[in-house]
Design a binder for this molecule. Structure first.
Ligand SMILES: NC(=O)C1=CN([C@@H]2O[C@H](COP(=O)(O)OP(=O)(O)OC[C@H]3O[C@@H](n4cnc5c(N)ncnc54)[C@H](O)[C@@H]3O)[C@@H](O)[C@H]2O)C=CC1
Ligand SMILES: O=C([O-])CC(=O)C(=O)O
Length: 328
Protein backbone atom coordinates (compact mmCIF):
# COMPACT_ATOMS: atom_id res chain seq x y z
CA UNK A 1 0.00 0.00 0.00
CA UNK A 2 1.38 3.44 -0.82
CA UNK A 3 2.29 5.79 2.02
CA UNK A 4 0.15 8.77 3.07
CA UNK A 5 1.58 12.01 1.65
CA UNK A 6 3.46 14.29 4.03
CA UNK A 7 3.38 18.08 3.90
CA UNK A 8 6.73 19.83 3.46
CA UNK A 9 6.99 23.61 3.83
CA UNK A 10 9.90 25.45 2.23
CA UNK A 11 10.41 29.17 2.82
CA UNK A 12 12.42 31.36 0.47
CA UNK A 13 11.26 28.93 -2.18
CA UNK A 14 12.07 31.23 -5.11
CA UNK A 15 15.63 31.86 -3.89
CA UNK A 16 18.89 30.19 -4.86
CA UNK A 17 18.77 27.41 -2.28
CA UNK A 18 15.06 26.93 -2.98
CA UNK A 19 15.83 26.31 -6.64
CA UNK A 20 18.50 23.77 -5.73
CA UNK A 21 16.43 21.86 -3.17
CA UNK A 22 12.83 21.64 -4.34
CA UNK A 23 13.46 19.27 -7.23
CA UNK A 24 15.40 16.91 -4.99
CA UNK A 25 12.69 16.88 -2.32
CA UNK A 26 10.09 16.21 -5.02
CA UNK A 27 12.13 13.34 -6.46
CA UNK A 28 12.25 11.55 -3.10
CA UNK A 29 15.87 12.20 -2.18
CA UNK A 30 14.96 13.68 1.19
CA UNK A 31 12.22 11.45 2.57
CA UNK A 32 12.58 8.30 0.50
CA UNK A 33 11.58 7.03 -2.91
CA UNK A 34 8.29 5.66 -1.50
CA UNK A 35 7.13 8.82 0.30
CA UNK A 36 4.65 11.08 -1.56
CA UNK A 37 4.97 14.79 -0.70
CA UNK A 38 2.91 17.96 -0.89
CA UNK A 39 5.13 21.05 -1.23
CA UNK A 40 3.88 24.13 0.57
CA UNK A 41 6.02 27.00 -0.68
CA UNK A 42 6.35 30.34 1.08
CA UNK A 43 7.70 33.55 -0.42
CA UNK A 44 7.41 37.20 0.55
CA UNK A 45 4.15 38.84 -0.60
CA UNK A 46 5.92 40.88 -3.28
CA UNK A 47 4.86 40.57 -6.91
CA UNK A 48 8.34 39.80 -8.20
CA UNK A 49 8.97 37.01 -5.67
CA UNK A 50 5.50 35.49 -6.14
CA UNK A 51 5.95 35.58 -9.92
CA UNK A 52 9.34 33.88 -9.66
CA UNK A 53 7.73 31.29 -7.39
CA UNK A 54 5.10 30.59 -10.06
CA UNK A 55 7.95 29.94 -12.51
CA UNK A 56 9.55 27.42 -10.15
CA UNK A 57 6.16 25.73 -9.71
CA UNK A 58 5.75 25.45 -13.49
CA UNK A 59 9.13 23.72 -13.67
CA UNK A 60 8.22 21.38 -10.82
CA UNK A 61 5.03 20.47 -12.70
CA UNK A 62 7.03 19.88 -15.87
CA UNK A 63 9.19 17.29 -14.13
CA UNK A 64 6.08 15.12 -13.58
CA UNK A 65 7.58 13.70 -10.38
CA UNK A 66 5.52 10.65 -9.39
CA UNK A 67 5.95 11.43 -5.67
CA UNK A 68 4.86 15.06 -5.92
CA UNK A 69 1.14 14.96 -5.24
CA UNK A 70 0.52 18.65 -4.56
CA UNK A 71 2.17 22.08 -4.81
CA UNK A 72 0.94 25.23 -3.07
CA UNK A 73 2.19 28.83 -3.26
CA UNK A 74 1.81 31.00 -0.16
CA UNK A 75 2.66 34.49 1.04
CA UNK A 76 1.52 34.00 4.64
CA UNK A 77 3.20 31.58 7.07
CA UNK A 78 -0.13 30.86 8.75
CA UNK A 79 -1.44 29.20 5.61
CA UNK A 80 1.92 27.84 4.42
CA UNK A 81 2.59 25.95 7.67
CA UNK A 82 -0.92 24.46 8.08
CA UNK A 83 -0.47 20.83 9.19
CA UNK A 84 3.10 20.65 7.89
CA UNK A 85 5.20 17.63 8.91
CA UNK A 86 8.52 19.18 7.81
CA UNK A 87 9.49 22.84 7.62
CA UNK A 88 12.67 24.05 5.94
CA UNK A 89 13.12 27.69 6.91
CA UNK A 90 15.50 28.94 4.23
CA UNK A 91 14.24 32.43 3.42
CA UNK A 92 15.88 35.22 5.38
CA UNK A 93 17.51 38.54 4.75
CA UNK A 94 21.21 38.31 3.88
CA UNK A 95 23.52 41.01 5.18
CA UNK A 96 23.66 44.11 2.95
CA UNK A 97 26.56 46.54 2.50
CA UNK A 98 27.28 48.47 5.66
CA UNK A 99 24.75 46.47 7.65
CA UNK A 100 25.77 45.70 11.23
CA UNK A 101 25.36 42.17 12.53
CA UNK A 102 22.95 43.45 15.19
CA UNK A 103 20.74 45.01 12.50
CA UNK A 104 20.70 41.74 10.56
CA UNK A 105 19.78 39.89 13.73
CA UNK A 106 16.92 42.29 14.39
CA UNK A 107 15.49 42.07 10.83
CA UNK A 108 15.66 38.29 10.83
CA UNK A 109 14.38 38.06 14.38
CA UNK A 110 11.10 39.50 13.12
CA UNK A 111 10.87 36.88 10.35
CA UNK A 112 11.64 33.97 12.67
CA UNK A 113 9.42 35.23 15.49
CA UNK A 114 6.47 35.37 13.06
CA UNK A 115 7.30 31.99 11.54
CA UNK A 116 7.79 30.36 14.96
CA UNK A 117 4.40 31.69 16.07
CA UNK A 118 2.76 30.43 12.90
CA UNK A 119 4.29 26.96 13.33
CA UNK A 120 3.09 26.98 16.92
CA UNK A 121 -0.46 27.70 15.80
CA UNK A 122 -0.95 25.56 12.74
CA UNK A 123 1.82 22.97 12.12
CA UNK A 124 1.64 19.27 12.97
CA UNK A 125 2.64 18.74 16.62
CA UNK A 126 5.43 16.48 15.32
CA UNK A 127 6.77 18.96 12.79
CA UNK A 128 10.50 18.69 12.15
CA UNK A 129 11.93 22.17 11.64
CA UNK A 130 15.30 22.90 10.02
CA UNK A 131 16.55 26.48 9.94
CA UNK A 132 18.98 27.27 7.12
CA UNK A 133 18.56 31.06 6.86
CA UNK A 134 21.44 32.90 8.55
CA UNK A 135 22.31 33.40 11.33
CA UNK A 136 20.92 29.86 11.38
CA UNK A 137 21.47 28.88 15.03
CA UNK A 138 20.01 32.08 16.44
CA UNK A 139 17.12 32.09 13.98
CA UNK A 140 16.31 28.52 15.05
CA UNK A 141 16.52 29.61 18.70
CA UNK A 142 14.10 32.48 17.99
CA UNK A 143 11.64 30.20 16.15
CA UNK A 144 11.78 27.66 19.00
CA UNK A 145 11.21 30.35 21.65
CA UNK A 146 8.26 31.69 19.61
CA UNK A 147 6.59 28.28 19.51
CA UNK A 148 6.08 27.34 23.17
CA UNK A 149 3.42 24.71 22.50
CA UNK A 150 5.72 22.65 20.25
CA UNK A 151 8.41 20.38 21.72
CA UNK A 152 11.80 22.16 21.80
CA UNK A 153 13.44 19.16 20.20
CA UNK A 154 11.47 19.80 16.97
CA UNK A 155 13.68 22.81 16.19
CA UNK A 156 17.13 22.39 14.64
CA UNK A 157 19.72 24.51 12.85
CA UNK A 158 21.89 23.50 9.90
CA UNK A 159 25.50 22.60 10.75
CA UNK A 160 25.59 19.88 8.12
CA UNK A 161 27.27 22.02 5.50
CA UNK A 162 30.18 22.59 7.90
CA UNK A 163 30.21 18.84 8.67
CA UNK A 164 30.30 17.92 4.98
CA UNK A 165 32.99 20.53 4.28
CA UNK A 166 35.07 19.02 7.09
CA UNK A 167 34.63 15.49 5.68
CA UNK A 168 35.81 16.55 2.28
CA UNK A 169 38.89 18.37 3.64
CA UNK A 170 39.83 15.28 5.68
CA UNK A 171 39.36 13.03 2.65
CA UNK A 172 41.67 15.27 0.61
CA UNK A 173 44.30 15.42 3.38
CA UNK A 174 44.37 11.66 3.98
CA UNK A 175 43.80 10.58 0.38
CA UNK A 176 40.91 8.37 1.57
CA UNK A 177 37.28 8.18 0.52
CA UNK A 178 34.73 10.53 2.09
CA UNK A 179 32.38 7.57 2.49
CA UNK A 180 34.83 5.79 4.79
CA UNK A 181 35.10 8.61 7.34
CA UNK A 182 33.11 8.04 10.53
CA UNK A 183 32.65 9.99 13.76
CA UNK A 184 33.34 13.48 12.49
CA UNK A 185 31.63 16.30 14.31
CA UNK A 186 31.30 20.08 14.39
CA UNK A 187 30.58 21.94 17.62
CA UNK A 188 28.79 25.24 17.96
CA UNK A 189 27.61 28.00 15.68
CA UNK A 190 27.26 27.94 11.89
CA UNK A 191 29.87 30.68 11.50
CA UNK A 192 33.66 30.90 11.24
CA UNK A 193 33.82 30.16 14.99
CA UNK A 194 32.47 26.60 14.50
CA UNK A 195 34.83 23.90 15.78
CA UNK A 196 35.20 21.00 13.35
CA UNK A 197 36.60 18.16 15.44
CA UNK A 198 38.23 15.06 13.94
CA UNK A 199 39.72 13.76 17.20
CA UNK A 200 37.23 10.88 17.30
CA UNK A 201 37.07 10.31 13.55
CA UNK A 202 38.09 6.99 12.05
CA UNK A 203 38.66 5.62 8.56
CA UNK A 204 38.13 1.87 8.40
CA UNK A 205 38.72 1.74 12.15
CA UNK A 206 41.98 3.74 12.10
CA UNK A 207 42.23 7.05 13.96
CA UNK A 208 42.19 10.06 11.64
CA UNK A 209 44.02 12.15 14.25
CA UNK A 210 46.89 9.64 14.33
CA UNK A 211 46.87 9.39 10.53
CA UNK A 212 47.18 13.18 10.12
CA UNK A 213 49.28 13.81 13.23
CA UNK A 214 49.65 17.51 12.52
CA UNK A 215 48.26 19.95 15.08
CA UNK A 216 49.56 22.93 13.13
CA UNK A 217 47.60 21.85 10.04
CA UNK A 218 44.52 21.42 12.23
CA UNK A 219 44.77 24.90 13.73
CA UNK A 220 46.18 26.91 10.83
CA UNK A 221 44.74 25.21 7.75
CA UNK A 222 41.85 22.84 8.46
CA UNK A 223 39.80 24.97 10.87
CA UNK A 224 40.15 28.25 8.91
CA UNK A 225 39.40 26.47 5.61
CA UNK A 226 36.17 24.95 6.91
CA UNK A 227 35.22 28.05 8.91
CA UNK A 228 35.73 30.49 6.05
CA UNK A 229 34.44 28.27 3.24
CA UNK A 230 31.21 30.26 2.90
CA UNK A 231 33.17 33.48 2.36
CA UNK A 232 35.54 31.73 -0.10
CA UNK A 233 32.55 30.62 -2.18
CA UNK A 234 31.03 34.11 -2.16
CA UNK A 235 34.40 35.52 -3.29
CA UNK A 236 34.61 32.97 -6.14
CA UNK A 237 30.97 32.86 -7.28
CA UNK A 238 29.75 36.32 -6.36
CA UNK A 239 26.82 34.74 -4.54
CA UNK A 240 26.67 32.42 -1.56
CA UNK A 241 26.74 28.65 -1.67
CA UNK A 242 23.40 27.25 -2.78
CA UNK A 243 23.70 23.73 -4.20
CA UNK A 244 25.94 22.57 -1.35
CA UNK A 245 23.65 24.24 1.19
CA UNK A 246 20.62 22.55 -0.39
CA UNK A 247 22.49 19.24 -0.34
CA UNK A 248 23.32 19.64 3.34
CA UNK A 249 19.67 20.42 4.13
CA UNK A 250 18.61 17.25 2.31
CA UNK A 251 21.21 15.23 4.26
CA UNK A 252 20.05 16.74 7.58
CA UNK A 253 16.35 16.07 7.05
CA UNK A 254 16.86 12.63 5.47
CA UNK A 255 19.00 11.45 8.36
CA UNK A 256 16.60 12.87 10.96
CA UNK A 257 13.58 11.26 9.31
CA UNK A 258 15.08 7.97 8.12
CA UNK A 259 17.98 7.38 10.55
CA UNK A 260 21.76 7.12 10.35
CA UNK A 261 22.30 3.43 11.21
CA UNK A 262 24.49 4.41 14.15
CA UNK A 263 26.63 6.84 12.13
CA UNK A 264 27.42 10.22 13.65
CA UNK A 265 26.22 13.36 11.91
CA UNK A 266 26.19 16.99 13.10
CA UNK A 267 22.97 18.83 13.89
CA UNK A 268 22.35 22.17 15.58
CA UNK A 269 19.97 21.22 18.40
CA UNK A 270 18.72 22.88 21.59
CA UNK A 271 21.09 21.91 24.37
CA UNK A 272 19.84 20.16 27.49
CA UNK A 273 22.97 21.27 29.32
CA UNK A 274 25.36 18.63 28.01
CA UNK A 275 29.05 19.52 27.70
CA UNK A 276 28.39 22.65 29.79
CA UNK A 277 26.36 24.29 27.01
CA UNK A 278 23.49 26.17 28.69
CA UNK A 279 19.99 24.77 28.17
CA UNK A 280 18.21 25.90 24.98
CA UNK A 281 21.38 27.16 23.25
CA UNK A 282 21.06 26.03 19.62
CA UNK A 283 24.44 24.30 19.34
CA UNK A 284 26.12 21.97 16.86
CA UNK A 285 26.66 18.52 18.41
CA UNK A 286 27.42 15.00 17.21
CA UNK A 287 24.18 13.03 17.04
CA UNK A 288 22.88 9.72 15.77
CA UNK A 289 19.31 9.40 14.46
CA UNK A 290 16.85 6.53 14.75
CA UNK A 291 13.07 6.21 14.51
CA UNK A 292 12.62 9.89 13.60
CA UNK A 293 14.54 11.14 16.67
CA UNK A 294 18.07 12.44 17.09
CA UNK A 295 20.20 11.46 20.06
CA UNK A 296 23.20 13.44 21.23
CA UNK A 297 26.49 11.53 21.45
CA UNK A 298 27.45 11.92 25.11
CA UNK A 299 30.62 11.33 27.07
CA UNK A 300 33.14 12.66 24.55
CA UNK A 301 36.36 13.90 26.07
CA UNK A 302 36.89 17.65 25.74
CA UNK A 303 40.60 18.52 25.92
CA UNK A 304 41.99 22.01 26.62
CA UNK A 305 42.24 23.05 22.94
CA UNK A 306 38.69 21.85 22.24
CA UNK A 307 37.33 23.58 25.34
CA UNK A 308 38.90 26.82 24.22
CA UNK A 309 37.27 26.50 20.76
CA UNK A 310 33.92 25.54 22.24
CA UNK A 311 34.05 28.55 24.57
CA UNK A 312 34.65 30.91 21.63
CA UNK A 313 31.73 29.63 19.52
CA UNK A 314 29.47 29.49 22.62
CA UNK A 315 30.32 33.09 23.51
CA UNK A 316 29.37 34.19 19.99
CA UNK A 317 26.03 32.39 20.23
CA UNK A 318 25.34 33.88 23.65
CA UNK A 319 26.07 37.38 22.30
CA UNK A 320 23.65 36.73 19.42
CA UNK A 321 21.00 35.50 21.83
CA UNK A 322 21.49 38.55 24.04
CA UNK A 323 21.10 40.75 20.94
CA UNK A 324 17.60 39.41 20.30
CA UNK A 325 16.47 38.85 23.90
CA UNK A 326 14.35 42.02 23.94
CA UNK A 327 12.42 40.80 20.89
CA UNK A 328 11.36 37.48 22.36
N1 LIG B 1 23.04 27.41 7.28
C1 LIG B 1 23.81 27.30 6.22
O1 LIG B 1 24.69 26.42 6.16
C2 LIG B 1 23.64 28.24 5.04
C3 LIG B 1 22.74 29.26 5.10
N2 LIG B 1 22.58 30.09 4.03
C4 LIG B 1 21.57 31.16 4.19
O2 LIG B 1 20.35 30.73 3.58
C5 LIG B 1 19.56 31.87 3.27
C6 LIG B 1 18.99 31.77 1.87
O3 LIG B 1 20.03 31.77 0.92
P1 LIG B 1 19.73 31.93 -0.64
O4 LIG B 1 18.66 30.99 -1.07
O5 LIG B 1 21.04 31.88 -1.30
O6 LIG B 1 19.18 33.43 -0.67
P2 LIG B 1 18.31 34.14 -1.79
O7 LIG B 1 18.40 35.60 -1.50
O8 LIG B 1 18.65 33.62 -3.14
O9 LIG B 1 16.83 33.63 -1.46
C7 LIG B 1 16.17 33.95 -0.28
C8 LIG B 1 14.70 33.96 -0.60
O10 LIG B 1 14.01 34.09 0.64
C9 LIG B 1 12.90 34.93 0.41
N3 LIG B 1 12.47 35.45 1.71
C10 LIG B 1 12.99 36.47 2.43
N4 LIG B 1 12.28 36.66 3.55
C11 LIG B 1 11.30 35.74 3.55
C12 LIG B 1 10.24 35.46 4.42
N5 LIG B 1 10.04 36.18 5.53
N6 LIG B 1 9.41 34.44 4.12
C13 LIG B 1 9.59 33.71 3.00
N7 LIG B 1 10.57 33.95 2.11
C14 LIG B 1 11.42 34.95 2.39
C15 LIG B 1 13.41 35.99 -0.56
O11 LIG B 1 12.34 36.61 -1.25
C16 LIG B 1 14.28 35.14 -1.48
O12 LIG B 1 13.56 34.64 -2.60
C17 LIG B 1 20.47 33.09 3.50
O13 LIG B 1 20.18 33.60 4.79
C18 LIG B 1 21.86 32.49 3.50
O14 LIG B 1 22.76 33.27 4.22
C19 LIG B 1 23.26 29.92 2.87
C20 LIG B 1 24.18 28.91 2.76
C21 LIG B 1 24.47 28.01 3.84
O1 LIG C 1 28.59 32.32 4.27
C1 LIG C 1 27.45 32.57 3.84
O2 LIG C 1 26.93 33.70 3.76
C2 LIG C 1 26.62 31.40 3.39
C3 LIG C 1 26.81 30.31 4.34
O3 LIG C 1 26.26 30.29 5.42
C4 LIG C 1 27.81 29.28 4.02
O4 LIG C 1 28.16 29.10 2.85
O5 LIG C 1 28.23 28.60 4.94
Amino acid sequence: MSKKPVRVAVTGAAGQIGYAILFRIASGEMLGKDQPVVLSLLEVPMEKAQQALQGVIMELQDCAFPLLVGIEAHSDPLTAFKDVDYALLIGSRPRGPGMERAELLAVNAEIFTAQGKALDKVASRNVKVLVVGNPANTNAYIAMKSAPSLPRKNFTAMLRLDHNRALSQIAAKTGKAVADIEKMTVWGNHSPTMYADYRFATIKGESVKTMINDEVWNKDTFLPTVGKRGAAIIAARGVSSAASAANAAIDHMRDWALGTNGKWVTMGIPSDGQYGIPKDTMFGFAVTCEGGEYKLVEGLEVDAFSQERINVTLKELQDEQAGVAHLL
